[in-house]
Design a protein around this ligand. Sequence first.
Ligand SMILES: NC(=O)c1ccc[n+]([C@@H]2O[C@H](COP(=O)([O-])OP(=O)(O)OC[C@H]3O[C@@H](n4cnc5c(N)ncnc54)[C@H](OP(=O)(O)O)[C@@H]3O)[C@@H](O)[C@H]2O)c1
Length: 181
Amino acid sequence: MISIIVAMSKNRVIGKDGQLPWHLPSDLQHFKQLTMGHTLMMGRRTFESIGHPLPGRRTIVLSQNPEYRIVDCEVVTNIEDGIQLAHSTEELFVCGGAEVYRQTLALAERIYLTELEIESDGNALFPKFPVEDFKTIFTRRYKDIINYQFSILQRCASRKKLSSELKAKLIETKRESFAGQ
Ligand SMILES: NC(=O)c1ccc[n+]([C@@H]2O[C@H](COP(=O)([O-])OP(=O)(O)OC[C@H]3O[C@@H](n4cnc5c(N)ncnc54)[C@H](OP(=O)(O)O)[C@@H]3O)[C@@H](O)[C@H]2O)c1
């Protein structure tokens, strides 16, 4: 299962100049609890903003540079390879940034969504997505330095089929282009 995990402001900002625009300890704690023991997939810029692999998690980093290497991480040059590296039975957490969210939203079966109760200044945005394709299965408000709401959105069953078909198509396209090389 592919899940997205993201924190955004009211105006959909997720990042500013390559960094998170805020420091929210309790949300970072949620991130840790949810992802511990699982596989993460992230873009090269997000990885570099963190600066190291997160302990206790397998990290897949996307870069178009086939020479790019990071100790204790797996680097892939496209999303389909990243998905295939993760076991199909496990939850693969896509954890940004904006460019990677844009390419994986249509594949996500679940979104762990933190919505901060502020407008924020930034240059990386979480893309708009069809909220009607998801149902909220959990929601809770938290008080921290910035108050926020944490929700879990699950793709509706009727849309799940579409997502699986899209994923299969992506993998098939990849195989075809590989065979043609
Ligand atoms: N608030 C949150 O929840 C959250 C979470 C994560 C990140 N962020 C923020 O988001 C910002 C970073 O986002 P971003 O959009 O600038 O960068 P990004 O998505 O983290 O990384 C983009 C890079 O990933 C690689 N990439 C993307 N798609 C690829 C593909 N299909 N195949 C191969 N490589 C691919 C490319 O690396 P190469 O250039 O090496 O080819 C690309 O330049 C930062 O400010 C960060 O702090 C916020």
